[in-house]
Design a binder for this molecule. Structure first.
Ligand SMILES: Cc1ncc(COP(=O)(O)O)c(C=O)c1O
Length: 422
């Protein structure tokens, strides 16, 4: 069961103690209040560099951006900027975070099915680089804002592509979902934009899933996109210079487990897309870069037996480790005491969904033990709720030790906020 750490090169057991980047987790945690999160900048950087290098070998013009919604902690956005990533945002809040992290607006991709007038005005007047649209009325609003500023706004249309019924069944974002616009109706948006003096339709965008681990899926998607773009170019005389393939790749450790090869994905893109030298290929990756760059450290508060099953209750719960269809939380012990009775792990909340995973673990667990939860980086902090408890502190691991990068919520302040007191 603990062989899971084989896919996490930063973890190892020595004398039964779990080490992270060669540092003993128990001693790291000694003077810290649990639960807390630990951001691993080195792992994040390795993930980014691997993706950039492997895709960059086959794709001449590559623009990788980080999907802020996956985890918009300031340190991660700053690190993304330093590593030369762009950023994908879905709201004015995320856009302003991107600016605060030092990003220029031409490096920003703005998505969302219903952006507000305030958001569109801010983005366009500040020269947003990549604006994805998905309705005719949104295009018309963008056109009038661009006209007011006497500019020509580049736009990219988010389509839902034509995929086989089998593929559709496996996707998170299916063809009748609220996101994107069906590929045939999207042609009307391209036509409209092409005729407008204030719009320039430069690209096609698609994002249909998360935790993707299938090369076949990409073959199907890329073949469709290539034909679709050739049609736009020949029938509407629109020159497409950007293809945004969205996010959706599984984390690096999951890709490894599933034998998905990033360099093969690069080759798939370059072999399926004609005239690739004249196109920028964009990815907006969240989970792939951040999911396994974050761990949580939690203490076992209580154990019990019920209906023949052993339970261990940790001090971290589903208010921060949000239970989602694609979550991959896995607990391992800070001190390996050997095999024990199968144990289900749950959080402290009075909610039946507050369980770490459906799978029981078979290592020895006692009250007061420290557990490490892997794969906590994506869609946890950004979606977290207080729900009865303060949100945990976040630290960052450096060579010297760990530094606080976001304090835990303050219990007294939470009480005052509830009564609107200072
Ligand atoms: C438009 C868009 N792009 C990118 C992403 C990032 O997806 P992932 O974290 O699966 O890479 C999302 C996530 O919801 C999204 O909605």
């Amino acid at each position: 069961m603990l062989d899971i750490i084989d896919h996490y090169p930063y973890l190892s057991y020595e004398d039964k103690k779990l080490l992270i980047q060669q540092i003993d987790i128990e001693s790291l945690s000694e003077d810290k209040k649990t639960p807390f999160f630990l951001f691993l900048p080195k792992r994040f950087e390795d993930n980014v560099l691997e993706i950039k290098t492997k895709l960059g070998k086959s794709i001449p013009n590559l623009f990788i951006s980080y999907a802020a919604k996956a985890n918009y902690l300031g340190k991660i956005l700053q690190k993304s900027h330093k590593l030369g990533l762009g950023i994908e945002v879905m709201s004015l809040f995320e856009l302003k975070l991107a600016e605060k992290a030092g990003m220029r607006l031409d490096e920003v991709i703005f998505n969302g099915p219903a952006k507000t007038s305030e958001e569109l005005n801010y983005a366009i007047s500040n020269k947003i680089g990549h604006l994805n649209v998905e309705s005719l009325n949104e295009i018309k609003e963008i056109e009038s804002i661009a006209a007011k500023h006497e500019i020509v706004q580049n736009i990219t249309v988010r389509i839902h592509p034509k995929l086989s019924e089998d593929t559709e069944k496996r996707l998170l974002i299916k063809k009748n979902s609220k996101l994107g616009i069906d590929f045939s109706r999207a042609v009307k948006l391209f036509e409209y934009a092409k005729k407008s003096p204030h719009l320039n339709p430069v690209g096609v965008h698609t994002h249909v899933g998360t935790n993707l681990t299938s090369h076949d899926f990409y073959d199907e998607l890329l073949e469709f996109l290539n034909d679709y773009i050739l049609d736009l170019e020949s029938k509407l005389e629109i020159s497409i210079s950007e293809i945004n393939l969205g996010g959706g790749l599984a984390s690096k450790s999951t890709l490894e487990k599933e034998n998905f090869q990033i360099d093969k994905l690069g080759k798939q893109v370059s072999s399926k897309i004609e005239n690739i030298a004249n196109k920028t290929i964009i990815f907006e990756l969240g989970r792939c870069l951040i999911e396994d760059s974050f761990i949580a450290i939690t203490k076992v508060l209580r154990t019990k037996k019920s209906w023949g099953r052993k339970w261990a209750f940790t001090d971290i719960g589903a208010n921060t480790l949000i239970p989602m269809r694609y979550s991959h939380y896995s607990a391992i012990p800070a001190l390996n005491k050997g095999k024990g009775q199968y144990t289900n792990i749950g959080g402290p909340l009075c909610l039946p969904v507050d369980i770490l995973s459906e799978e029981a673990v078979n290592f020895e667990i006692d009250e007061s033990d420290l557990l490490i939860v892997l794969n906590c980086g994506a869609y946890t902090l950004s979606m977290s709720e207080q729900f009865g408890y303060p949100r945990p502190a976040i630290y960052q691991l450096s060579e010297k030790g760990i530094d606080l990068i976001k304090p835990a919520d303050d219990l007294e302040q939470m009480i005052n906020d509830s009564f609107h007191l200072n």
